[in-house]
Design a protein around this ligand. Structure first.
Ligand code: NI
Length: 171
């Protein structure tokens, strides 16, 4: 198990689309390792989710841990996230790749997550609230989309100026 380096805003890998995983189980030991490492990396950073792009791997994989009560911990490969109903909630959202910056983002309140696990076995999960928000945020990462793109213009402007003034961005 290895804690990997989290890529930060400015790294082009965060704006790139991740590719589908095509091999599973014993045919792809690297996939299981990736998931184990991503869970460790997320835990170390204290995040609720982490997408493979964020550790520099352009594969459609994310991990999550939305805590208890009612939260979920796990991983998903080749996910799809489909909103259930029309309810939308707006809340502040952070990202491990954009430290110290929170922006308001409107997301579907309920979603259906489907995909497969590292062995290729199907997964289907219905989620609401924070878990649903996390799934939508992480799934966006796999398409090279950051929460900054989902917020309003003024919040984005404010966030960009915070980023430009931050120690990690100017390192
Ligand atoms: Ni993020």
């Amino acid at each position: 198990m290895t804690v990997r380096t989290i890529r930060l805003f400015g790294d082009p890998v965060l704006l790139s689309r991740a590719e589908e995983v095509t091999e599973f189980g014993e045919d792809n030991p690297g996939l299981r390792r990736l998931v184990t490492d991503m869970l460790a990396t997320m835990d170390e950073a204290g995040g609720v989710g982490l997408a493979a792009n964020q550790v520099g791997v352009l594969r459609r994989v994310f991990v999550f841990d939305t805590g208890s009560p009612g939260g979920l911990r796990g991983h998903i490969v080749n996910p799809s996230v489909v909103p259930i109903g029309d309810d939308v909630e707006t809340d502040y959202e952070g990202c491990l790749s954009v430290p110290g910056v929170q922006v308001p983002v409107s997301r579907a309140r309920s979603v259906m997550l489907s995909g497969v696990d590292v062995d290729g076995a199907p997964i289907t999960v219905r989620a609401e609230g924070l878990t649903a928000r996390c799934f939508q945020h992480e799934n966006d990462h796999l398409d090279g989309v950051l929460h900054l793109k989902r917020t309003d213009k003024d919040s984005r402007k404010q966030a960009m100026s915070m980023i430009r003034g931050s120690e990690w961005f100017n390192r």
